[in-house]
Design a protein around this ligand. Sequence first.
Ligand SMILES: [Fe+2]
Ligand SMILES: [Fe+2]
Length: 374
Amino acid sequence: MKTIIFGGSFDPVHLGHLHMADIAASAYPEAEILFLPAFKAAHKTHDSGTTPEHRLAMLRLALEDSPFGIEEREIREARVGYTIDTLRGLRQERGWTERPGFLLGDDLLEGFPHWKQAPELAAEAELLVVRRIGPSAGPSGSSSPFPFIDLGNPCLPISSQEIRRGLREGGAVKYLLPPGVYRYILSRDLYGVQAAPADFVASRLSPPRFAHCRRVAGVARRLAGHFGFPGLEGAAYHAGLYHDLARELTGPELLRAAETYGLAPGPAERENPVFLHGPVGAEILRRRYPGLSGDILDAVANHTLGKGRSALEKIIYIADYIEPGREYHSPALDQWQDYRDLEEFFDFIRRDSHDRYDEKPVRKPAKGEEKPNL
Ligand SMILES: [Fe+2]
Ligand SMILES: [Fe+2]
């Protein structure tokens, strides 16, 4: 057995699929394992509304650091494939001398006799059955008119159907998916996904940028407690997590978004569109999460220029500036615990920020113009 084919709709691919392939790989260490995504699964009736291209893209992300390959022919040729035809085509094309394996879950075993030319298929490939629905109903309990090999694995009962439902209903399914696949789903709004704001923000940022947001969140929470605003700790944490949501949009994207949202960018923003990432980020959040507190949105909108008047806005501005991962770190910033008064520390940070503005690689503001903390 040189090749094992793992067909499916992978809608979306999840850790259960990877686990199945891994079980086959440990049973047949010499074999090449190929995922075969269906253009449209012949024996499935659901329609998740997700295009074959999205399913393929997710599969590529899921497998990018795995030893498993992808046979893309059905999707490339945009045709509904029957496994028997695909396997025969592959045998001819690749000149297989050994009978391939065909990997399937025990949940499909019962319906297998109804697949197109099932007897020929069972002759063409050796059926390798992975348990997905538990030992009680597993292969030992299932009957099949065709011989198959029971890989006898412990169950990891994850199904794409459950995952689609969890995504739609905001259930806890994130860690049942490869991280890249989850990000892909969120960033393209697949499956009607309902994600918590923090997950949504994470999906729009590079890992280092989101790590910065997490640090800002932690510092902001501490600042709120330290300066006597224990009631703001939660809001400070969340505003910190979300503050840079739009930071990785390009200049033209920020300008376009600002215009779409009616934010009326001024001359300074036209010249340095990055100044817009606060207000644009806040507007994206406001539209997507109507229930989010206005105070948090204001803190996101105003974190760049330190123009905010509320304690929360000031806390986020400061936290963004002093979080420990910043490249620039004035030794004076470590003295925040010596300050007791938020206003006083805020003024100190504003002055420090203005003093160092000259080192920033953006246009210097004219006299009297606001200086940003990006
Ligand atoms: Fe930031
Ligand atoms: Fe920022």
